[in-house]
Design a protein around this ligand. Structure first.
Ligand code: NBY
Length: 807
């Protein structure tokens, strides 16, 4: 495996003995401790530092190669990176996993325990942030010259506790014990002016390792600091606290990641965060350009810049500002450079999720950028008016400014106008963007619109998360799947082989037992690993319809109480609700209430269990995805842009119950309709409901089971007799039901019955499971990145030469 890169380091360096010695050295020289005082966390840090030492040559060589070769570089701008812990992933990508296990063993330590010591950098909300992390790793693995830029939040996504009251939040101080993976670069810091304050962004670099290659790219995150530690005018006037205040205010800029769906609150700080990281990143790119002796007007030749949603869309105006005001280009040249550099990925179809900023706020914080946006808009509308004479409604829709009593800047419109390409993240999503959300732009510029279906990295989501499956695959189809996931197709030759299917089931069972053990230890709930594990883990949102699954659980509870014989099931939920999203929090409260009643009912023993796993995260995902039998992907069709958890589960052998939404459609195409439990109305039908006027009542009237479920919840059965608690949820479902739960619940039930029938035949289920893994080769983020690189960025691989000498 990966001989070429292994030979770049001497066998002695990579040996477990050397690694163990390095750990001992770090205990003394980095942790300043004797073995008798060392904590487990000290040992984790020693291993992390020893591993870091082993990747530094590759990291430095990569930077050197890119500088010497003056290569065209992909730049990813994202406000979020949901990285997950680095240690295990870096060990796998360096090919050092076994050596580390052995080294720990020699020192009387347990590698798994040390891996669990690492707090994960939760610098993202959900799918969008995790996609950015998978993409970084794939760019490195494909040897693409690339930089990721973002924000070094001091507090990542909040930690979630689950009590009988539902979700409670606390802060995530992931940096409290230090971070061995980052390197501060104070020499690369830039001023950003926001309103009448200037803050300084300081670079913190984290290495992103490719798998089996020398390429080690950089993720550069900006931390905010005050220009002067003290405001000397105030200090000299004797007001020490006021002097320190300004410093504090500046530093709040990179203090905390905002949970999405948070209404209004914090808007000012969010816009400040966006300009902060975008401006620092662009200034850094100009510094690199200058270092290579290239003028500003060549910016677009050096850099292909991808905007991860509209959070960095201010880049359109900021790049123009830098080109016009700092680099003195004329408007047309600057505009040419800007639109040739930038491209935009949209991640949502929900109209309420499209970012806009009030003009007043914009004017206060970013007056020059607003002026530039007005000029872009004036020129754009002049062109559009010629194309669409006498169509003021169309022009009003195209405008970068939403008119009305509170005028707003439309960031999606700004992104489309300022970028050479706009893409969606799954076929259906891209189609709906063209047909609905961005239809006017797609008519104007059809060639700018394209699709790149999302993917996930097989290194973290198979090799790291599911080593038992990885071993089985290595035995049966060889190890190439790690670099080229389409090799999974080769499993097709083995689906009729009983010995193989037996091993397959063994691997799946072991993953389920691992999860059972974790849930027992952390929540005190003992689950039956032989039951069907039915799992929905993702952010809690009405459009994702966790309440649809919850209603179905209540229905099973009623059927079991009525003496029906259903195969044993364990229903597992996990995911965070935005702290300000009352309905999402009520859905969690409902699930917790149902779990409480079901799990203590003796009649349910051995037949039904319900668990809400608190604080879903990348690390928990690594534990959960391999243990899923049934993957719940049940969003209202047309609402989920793509989904990526759906891919992680199917790749690890889960069967999906799902709607024709996002990437579910492509998963079903790839794994075969027979191996997928389809239900629900199509996006087109849902669209028709909305056009014609939808009411849930007719659906409820013809479904006695759902009526009974709603009555039972309304009676206070799951809320200790409180009949009011779930009223807002039930009233919403029975009067408006904006996400069409009632229109789909009957079909969902039928699909679930079909699931039960298939599960009764274990060898049939095992074959369906293999078919899912086998068909998922397409969903590697390597494939997604290859598409971006070839079709949008025009960036080619540059293998890294070993230039620095061994120490
Ligand atoms: O992006 C998700 C989509 O819902 C999912 O279908 C898709 O697979 C994934 C990757 O393309 N979107 C998402 O995760 N969005 C956010 O996390 C997010 C974060 C911040 C804000 C809005 C949405 N914000 O307004 O600040």
């Amino acid at each position: 495996m990966a001989e070429s890169f292994r030979s770049s380091t001497s066998p002695c360096q990579t040996s477990s003995r050397a690694l163990a010695e390095a750990m001992q050295r770090h205990l003394f020289f980095s942790q300043a401790k004797s073995p008798s005082l060392a904590t487990r966390h000290d040992h984790y840090r020693c291993l992390a530092l020893a591993v870091r030492d082993r990747l530094l040559h590759n990291w430095v060589d990569t930077a050197e190669t890119y500088t010497q070769a003056q290569v065209r570089t992909a730049v990813y701008l994202s406000a979020e990176y949901l990285l997950g812990p680095h240690l295990d992933n870096n060990l796998v990508n360096l090919g050092l996993r076994q050596e580390a296990e052995q080294a720990c063993h020699e020192l009387g330590l347990d590698l798994e325990e040390l891996i669990r010591e690492e707090p994960e950098p939760g610098l993202g909300n959900g799918g969008l942030g995790r996609l950015a992390a998978c993409f970084q790793e794939s760019m490195a693995t494909l040897e693409l010259p690339a930089i990721g830029y973002g924000i070094r939040y001091e507090f990542g996504i909040f930690r979630q506790q689950i009590t009988t009251q539902g979700q409670q939040e606390s802060t995530d101080s992931w940096l409290a014990q230090g971070n061995p993976w980052e390197v501060i670069r104070p020499e690369w810091s830039y001023p950003v002016t926001i309103g009448n304050h200037t803050v300084i962004g300081v670079a913190y670099d984290t290495p992103i390792l490719g798998y089996g290659v020398r390429t080690t790219n950089t993720l550069r995150l900006w931390a905010a600091s005050a220009p002067e530690a003290l405001d000397f005018a105030s200090f000299n006037a004797g007001d020490y606290t006021k002097a320190v205040l300004h410093k504090m205010q500046s530093e709040t800029l990179s203090k905390v990641l905002y949970p999405n769906d948070e209404p209004e609150q914090g808007k000012r700080l969010r816009l400040s965060q966006q300009i902060f990281f975008v401006s620092c990143s662009l200034q850094d790119m100009f510094r690199i350009l200058r270092g290579q002796g290239l003028p500003a007007r060549e910016f677009h030749r050096k850099f292909a810049v991808q905007l991860n949603d509209t959070h960095p869309a201010i880049a359109v105006a900021e790049l123009m500002r830098l080109l016009l005001d700092e680099h003195r280009l004329d408007w047309d040249t600057a505009w040419g450079v800007t639109t040739a550099s930038l491209s935009y990925t949209n991640h949502t179809l929900l109209p309420e999720a499209l970012e806009t900023w009030g003009i007043d706020l914009f004017q206060q914080l970013l007056p020059r950028q607003l002026e530039i946006i007005y000029e872009i808009n004036a020129r754009f509308l002049r062109m559009a008016r010629i194309r669409y004479p006498g169509q003021p409604d169309k022009l009003a829709r195209l405008s970068l400014i939403e008119e009305g009593p509170h005028r707003k800047v439309r960031m999606a419109n700004l992104a489309v106008v300022g970028c050479h390409h706009t893409n969606g993240v799954a076929e259906l999503h891209s189609e709906l963007l063209r047909r609905h959300v961005l239809a006017d732009f797609a008519e104007l510029w059809p060639d700018r619109f394209t699709n790149v279906t999302n993917g996930v990295t097989p290194r973290r989501w198979m090799a790291v998360a599911n080593p038992a499956l990885a071993n089985l695959l290595d035995d049966v189809i060889g190890s190439h799947w790690r670099r080229d996931l389409t090799h999974l197709q080769a499993l097709g030759k083995h689906t009729g082989d009983d010995a193989f299917l037996q091993r397959w089931r063994g691997v799946r069972d072991a993953s389920k037992q691992r999860l059972v053990q974790h849930i027992h230890q952390t929540q005190g709930i003992l689950l039956d690993h032989s039951s069907l594990f039915d799992v929905q883990v993702k952010r809690i949102h009405e459009y994702k319809r966790q309440h649809l699954a919850a209603l179905h659980v209540v229905e099973r509870y009623l059927r079991l109480r009525n003496g029906e014989d259903l195969p044993p099931r364990t229903v597992i939920f996990g995911g965070k609700a935005a702290p300000g999203y009352a309905m999402a929090k009520l859905i969690i409260r409902l699930i917790v209430g149902i779990a409480e009643i079901v799990n203590m009912d003796p009649a349910m023993a051995g037949r039904l269990r319900v668990v809400f796993v608190p604080n879903f995260s990348v690390s928990l995902g690594q534990l959960i995805y391999p243990a899923v039998d049934l993957s719940e992907q049940i969003s209202t069709a047309g609402k989920e842009a793509s989904g990526t958890g759906n891919m992680k589960m199917a790749l690890n052998g889960a069967l999906t119950i799902g709607t024709l939404d996002g990437a579910n459609i492509e998963i079903r195409d790839q794994v075969g309709a027979d191996n997928f439990f389809l239900f629900g109305h199509t996006a087109e039908q849902i669209h028709e409901f909305d056009r014609m006027g939808y009411h849930p009542m007719p659906w409820i009237e013809k479904d006695p089971i759902v009526r009974e479920v709603i009555e039972l919840i309304g009676s206070g059965h799951f809320s200790e007799g409180d009949r009011d608690l779930f009223h807002p949820l039930l009233a919403n479902l029975t009067s408006h039901d904006p996400f069409k739960v009632m229109a789909d619940i009957g079909d969902y039930r039928q699909a679930q019955n079909h699931v039960d029938a298939c599960w009764q035949d274990p060898s049939r289920w095992a074959r369906m499971s293999v078919a899912n893994t086998m068909g998922c080769g397409f969903f590697s983020s390597d494939r997604s990145i290859q598409e971006y690189a070839e079709r949008i960025w025009k960036v080619a691989p540059v293998p890294v030469e070993a230039t620095t000498r061994s120490l």
